[in-house]
Design a protein around this ligand. Sequence first.
Ligand code: CNA
Length: 242
Amino acid sequence: MMENIEKLQEIIDNSNNIVFFGGAGVSTESGIPDFRSVDGLYNLKYKYPPEQIISHTFFQYKPEEFYRFYKDKMMCLDAKPNKAHTFLAKLEEKGKLSAVVTQNIDGLHQAGGSHTVYELHGSIHRNYCTKCHTFYDAEFVKNSKDLIPKCTKCGGIIKPDVVLYEEGLDDETVTNAINAISNCDTLIIAGTSLVVYPAASFIRYFKGNHLVLINLSETSADKTADLVIHGKVGEVLSQIKI
Ligand code: CNA
């Protein structure tokens, strides 16, 4: 492990255009469960499989069930940024990191101080009325008296600006993410199972010098990465000096 940390230190010391590509594993050290770990949301005994609940069809036809699950399990508003989030913010401040590309919807990178964050799957912090498009914050949605949050202006159902299964990604966010990945010299992939598409396919645009992978479990990119560290992303990154 120590040898790997030294290698990572050297890569980071010699890189000035790093991009970080992350997933739910980046926030587990903040107490937010991921999907596919043993203690992840997909292994919960729930009335419906979570992957079905967080789909567009389910939101349309069973909004009550959707919100029961989503508010309870996915809106972790008390979670605080962890060592991974704050390390990345510092790396950006030092001019070494150009972007964080995340599949997370929790807003913890921004809370930790990062500025250039491309949220491929949206954010729990943006919510819009499906009828009149009025904006609502996460607190309004989480604390709404009715289980299904309704617009105070027109009574329409409020929908989170989160990419549900069956929905497309935002074009501008995708373009920005792909540009950042295509132009960086080091790509650090961390805390993601790399099985959710199209997000996972974007790492193929990387043509820089060092591909680093930090993840608890094995992924499909282990074979191609220059450096693979099987460990907790916050614990690993906090050992790097910048
Ligand atoms: P995933 O499929 O649940 O995979 C998470 C990966 O992270 C697994 O391979 C774990 O082994 C690994 N992991 C867990 N904890 C750590 C840690 N501390 N350090 C290093 N590795 C760790 O999640 P993905 O992000 O790959 O899947 C994409 C989905 C998950 C996206 O659509 C997200 O919106 C969705 N999601 C987001 C959040 C969040 O915003 N915090 C929470 C749960 C799910």
